[in-house]
Design a protein around this ligand. Structure first.
Ligand code: RNT
Ligand code: ZN
Length: 418
């Protein structure tokens, strides 16, 4: 049987449970994933005087062939995108500005430094998202930025953040779809603080300055990302979950949850429904923490599937901005993007193929036996046959065929980068 024939057989299995599979594939095609550019070069960026990665995050490994300049990064992204079904968005950081060899301070970045990205995105019908880069910098070297005791340092990062939101607005205008500008800072302390209040108060005031400047929400949306700890900031994080949750709800910005930014037994899947009751939109950084916020490539594990289920069965595909945030430097970077993004889409497909109404009803009736029994049976339903067909009709390789393409690209392109 070919892929189409297998699809027809598998489809019948799902239709027995009232799942309209053709409709599912149409809906899946509408979902945009925000694919982070920084997997392509280990969060290095293109600044003329490139700084070492800092802020308590780390990309480990030295797999050869990382992108060294904008042309290479876009070429690599093109390769990855040719292996991922659907039309998506690319998520940029301020350090990916192109300044033509000129040293430009981060508080002086302008839309024009991103015009090549915009043109590239336009030609491909992609959206763009954005992030101020508030780490890997002289003015962040003691681990404090927007909460720093020194007003000059805070003001520098305030100006950078405002400049970044304007770039987000420019992206939205140019590309005809809103850009999400997400703010994350590394601020925290390695050891037990003697004052937890004052840095948080300063962060609150800095953020108020930043968001006092209005951008058009048709073009730019703002989010703030919390964290629990980072390397070198083990004892205290200024921008904690409670901090940003309260800030977001009072200031009309979107809360962003990174799946690696919580305690090990806490799961983001359980938080989504609670957040959806109080926010119009929420945002995610889907990542895979292994023992810490290690940013491993996401695999199709139970938690990823659970996150997808919470988005799909609560009818929240339009309310959750799904961004990815992993960076593994120990494997082929194009493969990393491809594996992770395909997994996110597979998880959504799996959620859409689930008879969610039936399962909800069983719960309401208190029939927990059947709820568990069916959930377990659906795990071995032939989703792979639906997925392969979805890849085929979207002109990307089905099954593992994409691996050969990455290998060819590695031989032809990556191996030449020394
Ligand atoms: C760090 C945050 C943040 C970064 C990116 C590069 O822990 O997750 O989102 O990973 O901005
Ligand atoms: Zn993140």
């Amino acid at each position: 049987m070919n892929i189409k024939e297998k699809y027809e057989v598998a489809k019948k299995e799902y239709e027995k449970w009232g799942v309209d599979v053709d409709k599912v594939l149409e809906n899946l095609k509408k979902v945009k994933i925000s694919i982070h550019c920084w997997q392509g070069d280990d969060v290095a960026g293109f600044e003329v005087d490139k700084k070492e990665l800092s802020g308590g995050i780390a990309a480990t490994g030295n797999y050869p062939g990382k992108a060294r300049n904008p042309e290479e990064l876009r070429k690599d992204l093109d390769k990855a995108l040719s292996l991922i079904p659907g039309k998506h968005k690319i998520n940029l950081h301020a350090i990916y500005a192109e300044t033509n060899g000129e040293v430009v301070e981060r508080d002086e970045i302008k839309p024009e430094y991103f015009k090549n990205w915009v043109q590239w995105a336009k030609e491909r019908g992609l959206g763009l998202d954005f992030n101020p880069t508030i780490f890997s910098h002289e003015k962040a070297k003691d681990g404090l930025t927007l909460s720093h005791p020194d007003k000059e340092i805070r003001d520098f990062w305030i100006r950078h953040s405002i400049a970044s939101r304007k770039i987000g607005e420019y992206f939205g205008k140019e590309l005809g779809q809103p850009c999400l500008t997400n703010l994350w800072i590394p601020d925290g302390y390695k050891d037990i603080p003697s004052d937890r209040f004052t840095p948080r108060k300063r962060l609150k005031e800095s953020l108020e300055e930043i968001y006092k400047v209005k951008t058009d929400e048709k073009y730019n949306l703002d989010s703030v990302e919390s964290k629990v700890f980072g390397i070198g900031a083990e004892s205290y994080t200024v921008g904690s979950s409670e901090f940003y949750l309260n800030f977001a709800s009072r200031n009309g910005v979107i809360p962003l949850m990174d799946t690696g930014h919580y305690h090990p037994t806490e799961v983001v899947s359980d938080k989504i429904s609670a957040m959806l009751l109080f926010f119009d939109k929420i945002a995610l950084h889907v990542s895979r923490p292994v023992r810490w916020d290690s940013d491993h490539v996401i695999v199709l594990d139970e938690e990823l599937k659970e996150v997808a289920k919470e988005i799909v069965r609560n009818d929240a595909v339009d309310r959750v901005v799904i961004g990815l945030d992993f960076f593994d430097a120990s494997i082929n970077r194009i493969a990393a993007w491809t594996i992770g993004t395909r997994n996110m889409i597979k998880a959504l497909l799996s959620a859409m193929l689930t008879p969610n109404d039936k399962l909800k009803k069983l719960q309401e009736e208190g029939n927990f036996t059947e709820r568990l029994a069916l959930m377990e049976e659906f795990k071995t339903y032939p989703m792979g046959d639906i997925w392969n067909y979805y890849c085929e009709i979207n002109n990307v390789p089905a099954k593992e065929k994409w691996i050969d393409e990455v290998k060819q690209y590695e031989n032809k392109e990556l191996s030449k980068r020394k």
